[in-house]
Ligand binder design. Sequence first.
Ligand code: ADP
Ligand code: ASP
Ligand code: MG
Length: 478
Amino acid sequence: MLVVMKFGGTSVGSVAALENVVGIVARSVQRGDRVAVVVSAMSGVTDMLLRGARQAVQGDTETARQLHREMLRRHKEVLDAFLSDPKVHDEVLNAIQSFLNEFDSLCHSIKVLGELTPRALDVIAGMGERMSVRQVAAILESRGIAARALDATQLIITDRNFGAASPLMPQTTRRSQEILVPLLDAGIVPVITGFIGATEEGIVTTLGRGGSDYSATILGCAIAADEIWIWTDVNGVMTADPRIVPDACTIPYLSYIEVGEMAYFGAKVLHPQAIRPAKRAGIPVRILNTFEPEHPGTLITREADGGDKRVKAVTAIRGLSLIVIEGSGMLGVPGVAARAFGAVARTGTNVLMISQSSSEQSICFVVPTQDAPRVLSALRQEMERELERQDIENITAQDNIVILTVVGAGMRGTPGIASKVFGALGREHINVIAIAQGSSEYNISIVVDQQDADNAVRALHAEFGLGTDAIGTTGSLS
Ligand code: ADP
Ligand code: ASP
Ligand code: MG
């Protein structure tokens, strides 16, 4: 079997976790699988790199120097634990040190120029993965597994959308086949950076935060893997974020559509775009726990086993603002919505949810709070005349908003879900600000105030009985 395995930040973030990674890869190789590994930066490293760069543009490079020392310490601790051959140890340490020196000099340039471009930010953000692959490949080699560290800049070719690049699949497929297949055929485990790619000219890009999941599915699709395994720090995709809902449990089976909705609506366990390549190619994806490798986790395929549960999970996205356009003069005037969304689109903002009241007296939609000021001024400019004439009375932004979403393919055609949602929230005295249902009927989204969010997630989770027993039967690792 050809498997692409991705290990997330916590899975490569400590000596104990890396011991498990070695065991997992070794077992697959011994079984005769051909294995390609994708790794994230050690946990916390991407945040440190970004923080150093952002401080530098404010004129502070001392923070970057401190973070440099901290990142070096984290990597060195791992190298000291695993690499007993001093030559190999020093080789990898030198490679890591030169990335960190480059980080210093980039931060210095940012301070001098007083400017941090998205392009420079991607170069810096991607260094964590480049250090991580060298470390992980050397560890596997030291345990007798033939491995080779690779930068995905030579494999994943993307557009120039720095910070959230999209892969160009024909080029990516060609490169991946050319470079990865000969290694796999020779019994060598390629250890590939997650998160990063490069433009056709070779400029480093990133796929967005949490993008290593996406790297794994892009590469899995490019080399036609039999399965893609995402190793993380929880037992698969759960009925809610286990940090908020203590009795959340594993969902054994999900469809591509269901997990896509969950990821889009805030389940951090998978990058929102990651499921798309797997879905297109029909490759099964498993979400597994590095710290409990025997647990079957979640199996994602085209058709999920829905069981008799209508709702499978509750998710939440935070850090949002609700934009409201209201005015009685909008009644029946064609084109207001089109003009409003045209203006929003020109700001490059992602609109997460839209709802219009039937009286047409208001249109509201949800955007990330960081984009809200730009959206407001674009709308006020576009609607200047209507505002003057008071056809539109107000365009406002309400911050500290959360979208809660209940997801499940079994909701389709099942009456009564919305009323259960309102009933559960009503009993908790939680005010519902807006509601929307996707036409696919795979989800219902509700907007509430941030301070109600955790309670609301727990109330919905309990209302739909998600914590009490697992859905469907347990999957097994084949
Ligand atoms: P990795 O570094 O392995 O990519 P992430 O931190 O990106 O891991 O994602 C895993 C985390 O996602 C879990 O530790 C969990 O706290 C969080 N999470 C949020 N919602 C869910 C969910 N529905 N199911 C599982 N995990 C979730
Ligand atoms: N290291 C990157 C991040 O923290 C990518 C990832 O972990 O998936 O966003
Ligand atoms: Mg992640």
